[in-house]
Design a protein. Structure first.
Length: 97
């Protein structure tokens, strides 16, 4: 499974990726808006937006891409590792048969 993380803190990026690896998830992290972001997130399975640490412009851009590609979007106000872990746990429960 591939997930795009929009927002969050730069200093936690490596921790976000390490936590995703523990769950067997390929995580693409965008803590700041980048020009290549649209091409890199259009093929993800799920999009996660940390709303307290993202610009309105980046959030809007990500949501528009997700809508055009029918990618589910989840938004959390907090951007900590525990929030990310909780999100991964919820995804696991949804995927369980």
């Amino acid at each position: 499974m591939c997930i795009a993380l929009i927002g969050g803190m730069d200093r936690l990026e490596r921790h976000y990726i390490a936590e995703a690896e523990r769950f067997g998830i390929d995580l693409k992290v965008f803590t700041k808006p980048k020009t290549e972001m649209p091409s890199k997130i259009k093929n993800v399975d799920v999009m996660l937006i940390f709303t307290n640490k993202v610009s309105h412009h980046a959030k809007k851009k990500a949501i528009n891409i997700a809508k055009s590609k029918n990618i589910p979007v989840f938004m959390y106000h907090s951007c900590g590792i525990c929030t990310l872990r909780g999100f991964f746990n919820c995804l696991e429960k949804r995927r369980a048969p």
